[in-house]
Design a protein around this ligand. Structure first.
Ligand code: HEM
Length: 320
């Protein structure tokens, strides 16, 4: 046999070690490679399956846009969670590592916020109002990944509804705090204050899982990881700026883009509002009412008072 290239020789040796350590025979595996097919792009990304996942409930053309944009958003949420999970699982997190991860997450959120015009400007209102009725009680409100991003980002106490937050601290019982989680105030019927089916379905499916996640992330969420850094690293300007951007991106910028879209489609006249099932969304969605803030201690008192108001837009243009 011709003399093997040195690189290949080294690789064969490493492969031999790898398979040997598992009690496997390298020769059999190499033979397998002889017959194995190459994987083309369409199989690698499971394209055929991906493109069969759009199943509208009506023949109204713009419903396809609505479905696909939700799917795209869920994939971005998955990418965001993928980054946060790595921060949580890393044995020791450095300042540099945390900044890099925060930058990735911020990048994804900026894309989601910027692209929200696909929703706000990209569908005919009349079509939306028609197909939306066929989708009830389904709502983006039921997106569990959105809530998971929040749970993995901060101490759970910051997700308690703002009127109850003062009763708890970061060491309070998670199940007790969960009873007052901020989203309990949403998806309720405007006229009676009762929970909608949207909210009840969500609770039935996800409560246990979300509580368990909050327990798991108590000491490994992004804020906890930040607080575990040496004090001098915590004071780093770039790191604080990345945390501030994240707080704004998740709790103000995306919610504002989303809220403005809801207003554009639903607020024209009283009958339009029924397309949500008659919920209290106008009182619930605006960030200035919810005051969800992941990292309150890195904001000034004034910034917190003004949360979700005009100063934010200025900051947003600085961020980009
Ligand atoms: C035309 C497009 C959209 C409209 C008109 C709209 C409208 C609404 C409304 C009215 C609510 C309040 C829930 C309720 O009271 O029933 C809501 C909640 C929500 N929607 Fe959308 N939505 C749109 C697109 C999206 C998209 C693309 C997503 C991405 C997953 C999404 C995710 C959410 C989330 C996460 C909530 C809960 C927000 C919170 O609890 O603060 N929505 N939406």
């Amino acid at each position: 046999m011709a003399h093997l290239d040195k690189t290949i020789e080294d690789l064969v040796q490493k492969l031999e070690e790898k398979y040997k350590s598992m009690g496997q025979d390298l020769a059999s595996y190499l033979e397998g490679r002889l017959y194995e097919n190459y994987v083309p792009y369409w199989d690698y990304v499971h394209l055929d399956t991906l493109l069969t996942l759009q199943k509208p409930k009506t023949d109204i053309p713009d419903e396809q846009i609505f479905i696909m944009y939700h799917q795209v958003t869920e994939l971005y949420f998955k990418m965001i969670l993928h980054e946060i999970e790595q921060v949580a699982n890393e044995p020791v997190v450095s300042k540099k590592y945390l900044i890099e991860k925060l930058k990735r997450i911020n990048r994804y959120f900026i894309i989601l916020t910027d692209s929200f015009t696909v929703m706000s400007e990209g569908m005919e209102q009349q079509q939306f109002l028609e197909f939306r009725m066929a989708l009830l009680p389904a709502s983006g409100f039921q997106s569990a990944q959105y809530r998971m991003v929040e749970i993995a980002s901060t101490d759970f106490v910051h997700l308690v509804g703002k009127d109850y937050r003062d009763r708890f601290d970061r060491n309070s019982d998670i199940e007790e705090m969960y009873k007052y989680i901020y989203w309990q105030a949403g998806a309720t019927v405007l006229s009676t204050g009762e929970k909608t089916l949207t909210l009840m379905q969500f609770e039935r499916k996800y409560n246990d899982q979300l509580i368990q996640m909050a327990v798991d992330y108590k000491n490994t969420n992004l804020w906890a990881r930040y607080k575990q850094l040496p004090k001098k690293d915590q004071d780093d300007a770039q790191l604080i700026s990345a945390l501030r951007d994240l707080d704004l991106n998740v709790n103000v910028n995306w919610p504002l883009a989303h809220y403005k879209t809801a207003v554009a489609y639903l607020q024209r006249n009283p009958t339009d509002i029924t397309a949500t099932g008659g919920t209290n969304w106008q009182k619930y969605l605006p960030p200035r009412f919810q005051k969800r803030i992941f990292f309150p201690s890195i904001w000034s008192e004034n910034e917190i008072t003004e949360w979700g108001k005009s100063w934010v837009r200025q900051h947003v243009s600085d961020v980009k």
